[in-house]
Design a protein around this ligand. Sequence first.
Ligand code: AMP
Length: 426
Amino acid sequence: MTRRFKAMRGTHDILPEEASRWRLIEEEFATICIRYGYQEIRTPIFESTEVFERGTGFSTDVVQKEMYTFEDKKGRRLSLRPEATPSVIRAYLEHNLDKRAKVLKVFYMGPMFRYDRPGAGRYRQFHQLGIEVIGTASPVADAEAIVLLWDFLRAIGLKRLKVRLNSLGCEKCRVEYSGIVKSFLEGNLKHLCQDCHERFARNPLRVLDCKQKKCKAVVAKAPEIGEVLCQPCRDHLEEVKRLIKLGGVESYLDARLVRGLDYYTRTVFEVFHEASGIDNSLGGGGRYDRLVEDLGGPSMPAVGFSAGMERIGQALEIDGVNLETNQSVDVFIAPMGGQAFEKAFELARDLRLNLRVWLEFDERKIDRQLRTASRLGVRFTVIIGSDEISRGIVKVKDMTTGEQYEVEQSGVAGWLKKRLGGTDLE
Ligand code: AMP
């Protein structure tokens, strides 16, 4: 027997019913972003590996362990994007987008790839929706990003959301904090997992992010960054907190929030859904004031977030939110006999200017066709056979009442449109 293939571990198919919900979610996201003054950007799925090494950060787990890296036929080192932010910055610099406006505000959506251990809510190909704001250090931009994400998640029907907020400080306080954490961890190394030993050597702050129970226990006693934040960093955090509160966002400060990527400065945040749990955040982001420079550009402050479609989908399911997708069919055309297909084909084309039409491809008995029509949930079935063609009519069956009408072929489009009203095509 020929081998049947399966989707690769950590990847999943988005089947039609789910894909139609995803489309709604993506449309809602785009609509909200556009209302907030963001424009869409699409960058390639793969980039030079260096973009992520320098962008996402060489010391991160994402770059160290999780990237899909390969050589192309010319020996170039490429990686599938594990996140979009470095790609967006690369595009920003490549196309001199800083010359267009003082601040660039963009949104994106698409697949990301990380060779992580697949589990609940963790995939190797997953899908993110996100924004980037490049060119401002204002806390208003941080607050706008958080409120936008909040508004979007609420708009699609999620409840019981919470934002965790923290500051990783500026260059100055971060270095100081990193030193304090390092000395603290030095005395606790034997209680840390193997990965954290490596993290300790590369970037001690990474240890704060470990999900292992024993490391969490150590980290719980670590000094908090709040103790070393400089006054401007404190003020920045306070302002973000104040603004998002005005925006109706429920948030709390969490000194343990460091996030897994290297580039954050000052604000970091995560939005989670209470029932899905804190380790299953729906989205997260923060400020990255050094990243543009790290990727070879000028010093340019920026802020952004990304949220995961799969996690959002799970949360919607937990909350029992049933997104109404309307991809049903209005009219079923049942050609009876070989000659009827040409007429049916023309009629379908005509009706499809305004209506959703299913044209049967194969010759089948009428009762079978009607059964398919019912399954599709159509309101009307149009029956065309040789008798109808010779009389210049079609038969139209109202599937809800069972009544059958004879309608002139030339007037059938108008007849159906009148009864079906102005269906909004999606
Ligand atoms: P990050 O890019 O790591 O800041 O993650 C942002 C969001 O992307 C998370 O809150 C998740 O919703 C989603 N995400 C990250 N990694 C994965 C993954 N391996 N599988 C599914 N979703 C993910």
